[in-house]
Ligand binder design. Structure first.
Ligand code: ADP
Length: 265
C-alpha cells in the first residue's frame, strides 16, 4: 500500500535547443530586452541557429524590437509555430495577448504560460528540424515566479545579468545574482548598459548613470565582466523601429558581435 513515491521532476532540456541562456536584470528599463534582441541578432549574423523567447510577461517588448507582430500559427491547436525575424526564431507572450490589455496574472497562470512557451513551441520549425544552437530567454526584471519557474523546470545553461552603472540598479542586480546562485544557475557574466554617452555633435563624453560600477561588482564577485554598451540614440531608435542595431553596422553592432562571439566561444 502507498505505492512508489512520485519521482521528483527536475529541470528538463527544452526540446530542440542545445543551450539556453537567460538574460536577466534586477530592475526594469536597464536594457535587458535590448541586449537580448541584439545578442540574438548578432548570433544569427554569425551563422548560429538562434531562438529568442520573450518571457517578460508584464512588458513583452520583443514583438516591437524585432519587428514581428503576427499571431503565431498553431495548426493542430497544440504545437505553436514561432515567428522568424532577422533570422531569429521568435516567440513572445506578447504575440498571444491583446497589446492594450494589462496582464494581471497569478503565479500558477504565469507558470502555465511559460511552460507552454517552453514546451509547446516548435523551436526547430524554421530549421528543418535541426536544433537551435542557442535560445535566449528575455526574463522579466526582478526575482519572481517566472525566473523561478524557468530555472527549476528547464535546464538553463547560463544567465547574463544586465545593469546600468547606477547604484540602485546595481543593488537590484546583486539580488538577481543571488537568486541565480540559489537556483544553481551558472552566471555567464555581467553587462554594463548605458555606460557612456558620447555626444554626436560635440564629441563630449558623459557618464550619465556613472561608470565602471558593473565591472567593479563583477570583479568583487569573481564573475566575468562581458562588456559595456554606450547610451546610444541609434540603439533606441533601432529598437523602436523593429530592426535591432546589431542588424546594421557601427560601433554598437560591433560590440554586440563581440559579445556574441564570446558567448559561444
Ligand atoms: P528592460 O528590458 O531592461 O526593461 P529595454 O531594453 O526595454 O529595458 O530598454 C528600455 C528603453 O531604453 C528602451 O526604449 C530601449 O530602446 C532603451 N535603451 C536600452 N539600452 C539603450 C542604450 N544602450 N542606449 C539607448 N537607449 C537604450
Amino acid at each position: 500500500i502507498g505505492g512508489h513515491p512520485k519521482p521528483q521532476e527536475g529541470p528538463a532540456r527544452v526540446a530542440g535547443v542545445k543551450r539556453v541562456i537567460a538574460v536577466a536584470s534586477g530592475k526594469g528599463g536597464v536594457g535587458k530586452s535590448t541586449v537580448s534582441a541584439n545578442l540574438a541578432v548578432a548570433l544569427a549574423r554569425q551563422g548560429r541557429k538562434v531562438g529568442l523567447l520573450d518571457a517578460d510577461i508584464y512588458g513583452p517588448s520583443q514583438p516591437r524590437m524585432m519587428g514581428a507582430n503576427k499571431r503565431p500559427a498553431s495548426p493542430d491547436g497544440k504545437t505553436i509555430h514561432p515567428l522568424i525575424a532577422h533570422d531569429v526564431t521568435l516567440m513572445s507572450i506578447g504575440l498571444m495577448l491583446d497589446p492594450d490589455k494589462a496582464v494581471v496574472w497569478r503565479g500558477p497562470m504565469l507558470m502555465g504560460a511559460l511552460q507552454q512557451m517552453l514546451g509547446q513551441v516548435a523551436w526547430t520549425h524554421h530549421t528543418g528540424g535541426a536544433p537551435l544552437d542557442v535560445l535566449i530567454v528575455d526574463l522579466p526584471p526582478g526575482t519572481g515566479d517566472v525566473q523561478l519557474t524557468l530555472c527549476t523546470k528547464a535546464v538553463v545553461d547560463g544567465a547574463i545579468v544586465v545593469s546600468t552603472p547606477q547604484d540602485v540598479a546595481l543593488l537590484d542586480a546583486r539580488k538577481a545574482l543571488d537568486m541565480f546562485a540559489t537556483l544553481k544557475t551558472p552566471i555567464v557574466g555581467l553587462i554594463e548598459n548605458m555606460s557612456l554617452f558620447h555626444c554626436p555633435n560635440c564629441g563630449h563624453e558623459a557618464h550619465v548613470f556613472g561608470h565602471g560600477g558593473v565591472k567593479a561588482e563583477a570583479e568583487r564577485l569573481g564573475l566575468p565582466f562581458l562588456g559595456a554598451l554606450p547610451i546610444d540614440l541609434d540603439t533606441r531608435l533601432a529598437g523602436d523601429a523593429g530592426r535591432p542595431v546589431a542588424a546594421g553596422e557601427g560601433v554598437v553592432a560591433d560590440a554586440f558581435a563581440d559579445l556574441a562571439r564570446d558567448l559561444v566561444a
